[in-house]
Design a binder for this molecule. Sequence first.
Ligand code: HEC
Length: 457
Amino acid sequence: MNKALVGAALLFLGVSAHAADIAASAKLYQTYCASCHGVELQGAEGPSLTDAKWIHGEPTKANLVKIISKGVPDKGMPAWAGVLTKEQIAQVADYVSPKSAAARKAAKPAAAANPLAGLKLPKGFSISIYADKVESAREMAVSPSGIVYVGSRKPGKVYALIDENKDGVVDRIVTVAEGLDKPNGVALLNGDLYVGEISRIIKFADIDRTYASKPSYKVIKDDLPKEGWHGEKYIKAGPDGKLYVPIGAPCNVCNKEDEAYSKIWRMNPDGSNWELVARGVRNTVGFNWHPETKELWFTDNGRDEMGDNTPSCELNVAPKLGMHFGFPYCHGGVVPDPDFAKGRTCEEFTPPVAKLGPHVAPLGMAFYTGTAFPQAYRNQLFVAEHGSWNRANKIGYQVRLITLYGNQVVSDTAFIDGFLQGEEVSGRPVDIAVLADGSMLVSDDHANRIYRITYKP
Ligand code: HEC
């Protein structure tokens, strides 16, 4: 082998070894640091690590290792010694060093380059970003003119998403209202937008005409419980012209049967005629009516602290008023509660039509009523799984397709998968809506965006 060839071989080895290093340290950075310093080090809660300003002196290796190890706890930078090994700290120090700028650029993490790269859908379907930077995107309501209203939690805002030229990408995000108390729920009825806060339902009249001018609202109901635990509302107008409002159990598990909790209620649009729809419901954050039977279907989140594998979250049907779905006595149709079951049996209660799995956190759901997907999808059910928060190995974090024959579940398969890679999470689906053109929207309060799913044979 001549000298040049040896040199080329060494260079090649050197480069690929370095690329592997960068990939590994990029992964560490994305896992532990990106939430505060940004996916591309551009800064967020923490300072930018790419600008020329260094609060803590020249970014030498020794200096970086020191600050990363010790942190600046009173300024919000955690100490990483003890969390990461010495080698890992050296790796992230190299990664954030200005010297690695070129290597970082060359090895751009797939997730940063294309946040949808890891997502998998059945053949013929594609997913794109409908709207980005929709902070804490939760329930969605689509108006007849195609405006998508979106509720949120922490930011206290309600947004209107406007796709001006109807190209499937939102052009303007308008903040309709702010300063609200976790306005998770949004529903349209007779041209008015109803918003569900923790303890109130408010109404913005004639919303499509007023959304852009900071419309005022009228309080329709203000005597709902003030508890934050499971207090976030998912609301929707039923085919009966009434507004459905659930009140979750203010606990992991507790018996509040004689109070308003752990039930689904409904009322007239003016707040009158408050009546019971279903009881024994721990916390539903998603429901809809079957397009043909007009029966109410809803998801319910199973209790915690009975282990990683039990009980299952539920998919339920309530064909009539007043049915009892088991909480707090019986979970998932088959698991008696260790503390509350006393003398009650699971047979007393309406079992779920499907057990969706433990801790998967099923939230919004929609029947596919469009015509753009293949015929087999017509009137089938899509469920958004927000994903587990306290399970040893994460589960959920996907959109599932549940096919039905009458009220019987025939199959339950992944429709959008890949938000969870190993234990890393890139998205948490919250709600599902179908646009007039037959495409489907999915909100995500982790990635703060709305996806659009289309089909091409
Ligand atoms: C919870 C948020 C948070 C996380 C997570 C975090 N940082 Fe920080 N970091 C900060 C804040 C805030 C500062 C600024 C501290 C100050 O003002 O002194 C900072 C400062 C720094 C600095 C010094 C910047 C300068 O200008 O001197 C470095 C380097 C750094 N962080 C690297 C990291 C690395 C590497 C990780 C992951 C292992 C990480 N940080 C994770 C919040 C965070």
